[in-house]
Design a protein. Structure first.
Length: 153
């Protein structure tokens, strides 16, 4: 299986879990677990955009920063631009927030609710440089789109 096939399989599994789900924390936790199972990501998780803060949500991997300082790092760049950010080398990214020094590259994907409001950032880290590409962007954005219905308010 190539990377695109893995994303297709992950998307299929996540859709099934979301149909049987209905709890935000559990659904996002299962989404992170499915992605961690299907890919060799070092860390994968969600940061909730709440009251102009980014707060740690469900994740898979090593312990992480609970709050991300406003305006700094890859996740905040994603929030500001409201688009996916791919960083081939996090150590070359201005104001990178190092929750774990083993992280070398990162992709951050905005997650919107059905009304188009930004609700979270899907954040994925790798221990390898240049680990993420357009296939990852397309695959993770598709999965983020599946999550729009997780917010009911």
């Amino acid at each position: 299986m190539d990377k695109k096939d893995h994303y297709t399989a992950a998307e299929r599994e996540i859709k099934i879990r979301l149909e049987k789900g209905g709890d935000l924390t559990a659904d996002l936790g299962n989404t992170a677990a499915v992605l961690k199972k299907r890919f060799s990501f070092f860390w994968i998780g969600f940061y909730f955009f709440q009251h102009n803060n980014l707060v740690l949500g469900p994740f898979q991997g090593t312990p992480a920063c609970v709050f991300l300082e406003k305006g700094k790092g890859v996740c905040w760049a994603c929030v500001k631009k409201k688009k996916t950010i791919i960083v081939p080398d996090v150590h070359a990214f201005t104001d990178h927030i190092a929750c774990d020094p083993a992280s070398r590259s990162e992709i951050a994907v905005p997650v919107f609710d059905r009304k188009g409001s930004l609700r979270a950032v899907l954040d994925v880290d790798s221990e390898h440089l240049r680990a993420f590409d357009e296939d990852d962007r397309i695959g993770l954005e598709s999965i983020a789109g599946l999550l729009a219905g997780c917010w009911n308010d």
